[in-house]
Ligand binder design. Sequence first.
Ligand SMILES: [Zn+2]
Ligand SMILES: [Zn+2]
Ligand SMILES: [Zn+2]
Length: 319
Amino acid sequence: MSAINELRYNPLLGRWIIIAAEREERPWRPETCPFCPGSEEVDYGISVITLPNRYPALVVNPRPSRESVDILKVKGGYGYCKVVVETTLHEGDLCDIGLDNVVKYLEEIIRQHKELSSDPRIKYIFPFRNKGPEIGVSLHHPHSQIYAFPFIPLRIEREIECMRKFWKERSKCLLCHITELELKLKERVIYNGEGFIALVPFYAEWPYEVHIYPKRHIKYLVDLERSEVEELAKVLQLITRAYNKLFDRPFPYILSYHQAPVNSGDYPFYHMHLEFYPPLRSKDKLKYTAGVERGTWTFTYDGLPENRALELKRAIEKG
Ligand SMILES: [Zn+2]
Ligand SMILES: [Zn+2]
Ligand SMILES: [Zn+2]
């Protein structure tokens, strides 16, 4: 029997839940790495390769378990889930592979974006990277994932709303404005280059949260010029290196690529960006999202983001 892939609507929050129910049990974790060169799925010697997710949450021929009843809405879980294997090396982070390799990795995400957005049913393309067992990553081999959704996720809808409102009221882009402000104030900026800034945002929720904003007002990764792709690769290495230096240990994080939706109108006010959410608050303590965060979506932050920016700046200087 095939798997069940469906979307259920939560009318209390106005958002979709993706349900993927496997008919057969997943096999135990394989002993040999499926992403190392020479494995069944990966040809020998290819540095960056995209594979279909073996247990996808979204599929092109979804089979829902039941029909909608009144406001209890069900839809097929249509979409794509892909894995981008970033390198032939089995261990490490983006800072441990060659710069050329990171450039290739970004180019591959861009290529996938072009391909996935040609499907008119896809409304949102979300590349992301989970790193570390603290995040629940089972496969060590460096990899990212791409989800192509048939809807616009709630968090992105919220960003769109805020950016649209600012654009209307101030005739200017919200992120361009924040970039100007932060460059003037300086205290939270940890990298200021030709095409990008990296900073601990004023509104950080995770202890060492870092955002990367392109200085040019662009909506998608595909809008990046070649020199910008190269700089972004350098910035990704700089941040991940600083993270791993910070406590002299592998530093877990989630990296989100936020872009405008596809196939659903125009978003002239949207400014693409990257966000890191690392769960560590010290060398061996995790920040848990508990009652207040889960029950009300309000984050509590221990300490000051400005001091964390300083710590990260020092880690960057250590190289
Ligand atoms: Zn491997
Ligand atoms: Zn902008
Ligand atoms: Zn964002």
